[in-house]
Design a protein around this ligand. Structure first.
Ligand code: ATP
Ligand code: MG
Length: 230
């Protein structure tokens, strides 16, 4: 099977010369379809830099990246947008929902970019909200939802295009214990359905749900352990 993602010799530097920050110093990683991977490591070790490159939100300084078999570095801007829209769902720590519009409209947004008709968009967005258990909140705005509910709307938005890969940068970092459990339950269900998930976390509780833990230190991978299911 084609790996969902395959990076090799990835480097990322910010700035140049003496003051350059080397955020990634040669990272290689392969993730197979259906894997649930947690990325851990100290603050500043390069986790978000890595995830942003995996999500095609940023380009590496050197190295190669294949996403579902496609060589990302060789694509033009338009092809990259299409690939990102089709293959990747991204969840941020701070939800990044549009505040003035409903949960349903937020979830619909990626489908507007994908060029789908309104009726199809509504139906798919509603189905995605059902997946995260929020069909009954479709008409609520973000400020009428709890943190955990807002993050589940963000997860629904990430899923609505049926991407091969779900990337999440500290998705439970702003959530209390109960809301964390809600979001983790959604991820567990998606994993059980075969979705590939890569999640950055500082919490052992979150990592315990993943089957594999990749550890970063100072821009390098220093550990890669597959966990035996309890
Ligand atoms: N846009 C940028 N310009 C310059 N330096 C940056 C930029 N983004 C990140 N860095 C630096 O790159 C290094 C890695 O940052 P990164 O955000 O990947 O860390 P992280 O592992 O996600 O940390 P945290 O756990 O705090 O989120 C840090 O030293 C950071 O200061
Ligand atoms: Mg980070």
């Amino acid at each position: 099977m084609t790996p969902v993602l395959q990076v090799s010799g990835l480097r990322k530097s910010y700035g140049e010369g003496e003051t350059a920050v080397h955020a990634l110093r040669g990272v290689s990683l392969t993730v197979e379809p259906g894997e649930y991977v947690a990325i851990m490591g100290a603050s500043g070790s390069g986790k978000s830099t890595m995830l942003n490159i995996l999500g095609c939100l940023d380009a590496p300084t050197a190295g190669s990246y294949r996403l579902d078999g496609f060589a990302v570095g060789s694509l033009n801007e338009r092809q990259l947008c299409l690939l990102r829209n089709r293959k990747i769902g991204f969840v941020f720590q701070s939800f990044n929902l549009l505040g003035r519009t409903t949960a349903l409209s937020n979830v619909e947004l990626p489908l507007i970019y994908a060029g789908l008709r309104k009726r199809t968009r509504r139906a798919r967005a509603m189905a995605a909200l059902e997946t995260v258990g929020l069909a009954d909140r479709a008409g609520h705005r973000p400020n009428e939802l709890s943190g955990g509910q807002q993050q589940r709307v963000a997860v629904a938005r990430a899923l609505v295009t049926a991407p091969a890969l779900l990337l999440a940068d500290e998705p439970t970092g702003n959530l209390d214990h109960a809301s964390t459990a809600e979001v983790l339950a959604v991820f567990d269900r998606l994993h059980a359905q075969g979705k590939t998930i890569v999640v950055i976390t500082h919490e052992d509780e979150v990592a315990a749900h993943a089957g594999r833990v990749v550890r970063f230190s100072d821009g390098r991978i220093v550990g890669d352990d597959r966990l035996v299911p309890a």
